[in-house]
Design a protein. Sequence first.
Length: 269
Amino acid sequence: MFNSSDPKKLCTFLVQCELNFQDRPRAFRNDQTKVTFAQSYLKGMALQWFEPDLLSDSDPNDCPLWMDDWKEFVIELQTTFGPHDPVTDAEHELDCLQMKENQCINKYVVEFNHIASQLRGYGDGALHHHFYTGLPNRIKDEICHVGKPRTLGELCLLAQEVDAHYWEHKEEIQRQPKSIAPTDKTPKTSSNNSSTPDLSNKLGKDSKLTAAECKRCFDLNLCMFCGGNGHFLDKCPKKEAKAKAHTAMAVESTLAAQLDLGPAPESKN
């Protein structure tokens, strides 16, 4: 169907008509049957353009040429509903044509050939340049390693081969099993438990050193408070630090209690 809303679709419509003509050559032996077939697939303004002549009761000898001549009918369609300057439009499309990085090359080749078929005066060298310019960097890099072909046909085949290898490699990567990071099944202990020494075999039920532990510390000249060497219980630095901390806490508690009770009452003389 062609309704003239998009002039660029006229070429596709005519190609589809030609395919039908070639598929059934006996049904389309003369131009009049071809014109009638094509008109049956027109819609909107395109069909309205031909309606006055189709419904006219005038002398058949006065009918326009396009009614019995396929080439004249195509010219009528192209002149009225086709692009105003198809060559300039094709040149602009060729300049803007770029293959995307995530795109397969087949679509790019089809679009390039479609545009190139509408150009006039473009030699193989110019088309070769435009085709290479529109390729993505991933294909250009591989072409540079083997050398750029001189003809457009050879360049197209090489680019298709490079693109095929690229997508084949991508599929191989996707099929590879994903590696699973090994999990540590060793139960984790809290940092508090690991840093706190086990004193169950050194203290008795009264939380004091057992007789055996006292004898061990005495024989080895170890401190009875922290178990370290080089000093004894009366000079233990850890014991002094603990005593100072206990005294500071007691002072803070006393001050807090006084603040809660308020100032002491003045004595009367």
